[in-house]
Every structure is written in structure tokens, then in C-alpha cells.
Unconditional design. Sequence first.
Length: 211
Amino acid sequence: MLMNIVLLGPPGAGKGTVAKRLSERYSVTHISTGDVLRENIAEKTGLGLKAKEFVDSGMLVPDDVVTGMVKSRIDAASEGFLLDGYPRNVAQAKALKGLVEVDHVLNFSAPKKVVIERLSGRRTCRKCNAIYHVKYVPPKRDGVCDICGSGLYQRSDETPEVVIERLNVYMEETKPLVDFYRNEELLSDIDATQDIEKVVAQCIRVLGQGN
Ligand code: AP5
């Protein structure tokens, strides 16, 4: 079933965690702009060098850089896609509209206190990007990924100052997309404060059972 899905929501709301589950269930390509940027930064590619200072400070990477990166991945996603981290402002949403039709936008909502607690306990796999949490999703062995056995790390944009900046950027630039997509009649609200299984189940109720 071809389906093009966008996940919206503040940093730490659980978009990446749920995106992995939904992309498997619906057999669509998971496109995480944050993961792609971090991989490019780690490999010191031209794109990574351009993006590093923005990502490390919690600011948005310039629209043309991100939109070009997303376009090539959408073009390759013949079975549909799940966008996690894009669009992030109205200019990006308009650019996306010019590229492809979106079927569903899931708006993850969770208060500041919840997302700060989630971000402060997050651990990410260096190799496969699997996401853990020291309290809610602990790995079987401390500091080691259950899936690929690589080491876990804390992202460079998880310091308290950068988290505050990212939340501010979300409020100013990304939150207006809630109205943008509500007006387009594509938006469904998801209560992201629930436990992970319940959040996934709410998303499936919106998207349908799939094949
Ligand atoms: P990006 O990587 O997209 O970060 P983000 O949107 O800020 O979101 P996060 O990845 O921090 O959180 P998440 O919602 O995915 O939560 P997660 O599932 O990890 O972007 C990073 C940077 O890249 C940006 O600041 C910007 O510089 C740049 N960038 C990216 N896209 C861009 C764009 N389009 N334009 C310009 N710049 C761009 O979960 C968080 C934690 O909570 C985990 O530990 C998890 O285990 C836990 N958890 C998840 N769900 C639950 C739950 N229900 N209950 C308990 N714990 C939970």
C-alpha cells in the first residue's frame, strides 16, 4: 500500500522511535533528516561540514540544503515514505507540496517536561541509529546496542542549552505547520505522552491496518 506520511512534533516527542515501527509495518522508507545529517557530519562530507554548526547549536540547517537531500530520497522511495524531521518550517512544507502528495500528517504532542526527560536519557546507536532510553527503553547490556552490538552515545545536541534552543526553534518555526496541515485537512493529533505501544497503536488507528 503506497502511503506518504509526515511526522510532526517537538524534539524528543518520540518521532524517531515510532517512525522505525511504522515504516516496518507499512513497508515505506523511513527518511530521518536528523539521521542523514548526523551521518554526513560523522563522515565529514561536504553536506556534513555545511550542516555541523547548525545541528550542534540546535538551529535549522538552511532549507535548500535539506530540501535537496530529502528530494533525492523521496524520488528513490517508490513504495512510499515516512518523513521524520521534515518539513520543519512553512517554506519546507511548501517545497514538499511542490514535490509530492502527502497522505497523512501525524502531530505528536507532549509537554516540555516530558520531552526534556526523554532527551536527557536518550542513548543512540553509533552504527544503526537505534534509539534507547536509560529508563524507558534500556538496552540489555549497558552502553551496547541490542541490534548490532555497537556502542551507544549521547548526541551532541542533547546538552541542556541546545535542547532549550531546539525547543524554541520548534515553537517559532515548526509549530505553525500544525495549522498549515490542519487547513489542508491532513493532520491527526497523537498523544505522545502515552507509552510507546499506545502511541504506535494510536498511529495505526489513524493510518489503517495496512497489508
Ligand atoms: P532531529 O534528529 O530530527 O531531531 P528532533 O526533531 O529534534 O527530534 P529528536 O530526534 O531529538 O526526537 P524524536 O522526536 O525523534 O524522539 P526519539 O524517538 O528519539 O534533528 C536534529 C537537528 O538536525 C535539528 O536541530 C536541525 O539542526 C537539523 N535538522 C533536522 N531536520 C531538519 C530540517 N528539516 N530542516 C533544517 N534542519 C534540520 O525519542 C526521544 C527519547 O524518548 C528516546 O530516548 C526514546 O527511547 C524515548 N521515548 C520515545 N517515545 C517514548 C515514549 N512514548 N515513552 C517513553 N520514552 C519514549
